[in-house]
Design a protein around this ligand. Structure first.
Ligand code: ADP
Length: 475
């Protein structure tokens, strides 16, 4: 848009100045010509009288008076002569070089074709019906034309040296060109600055709109200084829109938190009863037992989802409380593996470093949350691996950190999905075909690990398996 605006402004300024300059030149040229004609008529007043007398009374007296007038008024710069209707010429007597133009002027003048004004080429102008241009050997230009016609058809001619006029016009053209270039440059610079200043607020608006996320909604506001009124109004509306969006977003989070909380408790009770029923279901047939198991599994799944939603909602409202303390990570790993094994029908291998035999290996964390993270990763590894393939957990120590790896030999994650697996509600394309899920698990895992001051990353290869690494600060 900036480019188009500049181009349009540049073009109109260029055309405007060019037209104005050409018009000025044209007007000046015409003025010069009119002045010249007026001067010629003034000078030739007595000459036209003599010509009219000699045409009405062709006596030797009037002829000699005509010649005397021609001698008196002709000069090198403005030269007069008479052409009678029979073609004979009456020329002033050549007295001195100062009063005589170059020889051949008269003949050439009368023979030359009528042509355009011989001024600067930029403004060619046909200035009349009977003007001719003749040049002498030194390059002086003479403009000649019949100035007066008497009753018997005799014509009074005048040839005027217009070289000074042409020089003046050229000088003027150069001056105009200089002013034209200066004005053009100044205008272009001014237009560039102005368009940039006008469009900068719009660019700010674009950058800001592109950077707004659900987290920054409440704090994002566009501040425009010295913006034009229309853009300032637009920025105001944009800020109002952000405010309304932030309000709607916070209401939605509040609603999700509330609903998750309200649903979780009854679901946990239902889950408890279902488990008890399964334990005491000796009088139930296998089909009823299967139905109970499915119902219990679904209840568990929904409870987990609600827990995840609650955690996310708490973290967004700053209510996710985490009591960090030195935690024996090897013990948490052992407990998590024991818990998981009761649910799994595949091998789950745990490898601890040698140092674990000497004493607990501690990290700064929260036991329950760390266990929740591990169970979530083990559950995913189980969900996305073909039956029978083992899952392994490793604990290793680095400089000031502990690293827990959860490795499977499952379907793996496509390279284009890897950067997004920790995003909320993102489900990999391979996973969608395999299992049901919400796309919340890994985002909660990341949230919890980061809340414990750690980090998580993943390496994965399609059809080979995935390896999630949790890094926690050592205690
Ligand atoms: P979901 O409910 O879909 O499992 P998660 O947040 O737990 O949601 O995981 C996000 C996505 O990451 C999954 O949809 C899946 O594509 C991928 N993923 C997670 N863990 C694994 C794994 N162990 N193996 C392969 N893909 C995985």
């Amino acid at each position: 848009m900036l480019g188009q605006l500049r181009l349009a402004a540049f073009t109109s300024v260029f055309l405007g100045y060019t037209a104005a300059s050409a018009f000025t030149l044209l007007i000046n040229q015409q003025c010069l010509l009119r002045q010249q004609q007026a001067g010629q008529r003034l000078t030739a007043g007595s000459l036209t009288l003599s010509l009219d007398q000699s045409s009405s009374d062709p006596s030797p007296g009037t002829a000699s008076q005509l010649r005397q007038e021609l001698d008196r008024l002709s000069a090198r710069e403005r030269f007069f002569w008479v052409q009678h209707s029979d073609g004979s010429l009456v020329l002033p007597r050549p007295s001195s070089p100062q009063t005589t133009p170059f020889s051949g002027l008269v003949e050439q003048s009368m023979a030359a074709p009528k042509g355009p004004w011989p001024g600067p080429r930029i403004t060619p102008l046909l200035i009349g019906t009977d003007y001719r241009l003749v040049k002498d050997l030194e390059g002086n230009s003479y403009l000649s034309h019949p100035l007066h016609r008497s009753a018997d058809g005799s014509r009074l001619w005048v040839a005027e040296d217009i070289s000074p006029n042409i020089t003046a016009l050229h000088t003027m053209l150069l001056g105009l060109l200089g002013v034209w270039i200066l004005c053009l440059v100044l205008t272009l610079v001014a237009i560039s600055i102005l368009t940039r200043r006008l469009l900068q607020p719009l660019r700010d608006l674009h950058l800001m709109a592109a950077g707004v996320t659900s987290e920054s909604l409440a704090t994002s506001h566009l501040k425009l200084e010295r913006a034009p009124l229309e853009v300032a109004e637009l920025a105001g509306s944009f800020n109002d829109l952000l405010d309304r969006l932030a309000l709607a977003w916070s209401q939605q989070r509040h609603f999700v938190g509330l609903v998750s909380h309200e649903l979780r408790n009854p679901l946990m009770i239902i889950g408890g009863y279902l488990r008890r029923l399964q334990r005491r279901g000796q009088n139930l047939d296998p089909e009823q037992m299967r139905a109970l198991a499915t119902t219990e599994a679904e209840t568990h799944r929904i409870t987990r989802m609600l827990n995840d939603l609650l955690d996310l909602s708490r973290s967004e409202s700053g209510q996710l409380q985490m009591v960090l303390a030195p935690v024996a990570v090897d013990e948490v790993l052992t407990t998590a593996c024991d818990l998981a094994r009761s649910q799994l029908s595949r091998p789950l291998l745990l490898t601890l470093p040698k140092e674990a035999a000497e004493g607990p290996i501690k990290a700064v964390a929260e036991t329950d949350r760390l266990q929740q993270v591990l169970l979530n990763l083990i559950e995913n590894a189980d969900k996305y691996s073909p039956p029978g393939r083992p899952i392994s957990l490793d604990l290793s120590q680095g400089a000031g950190t502990l690293c827990i790896s959860v490795k499977d030999q499952g379907i793996g994650i496509a390279p284009e999905d890897i950067p997004k697996v920790f995003d909320r509600f993102h489900r990999g394309r391979n996973a969608i075909e395999h299992e049901r899920g919400s796309g919340l698990g890994l985002s909660v895992v990341k949230l919890l690990v980061e809340a414990m001051g750690g980090s998580i990353d993943v390496e994965s290869e399609i059809a080979v398996g995935s390896r999630f690494h949790i890094h926690l600060p050592a205690a």
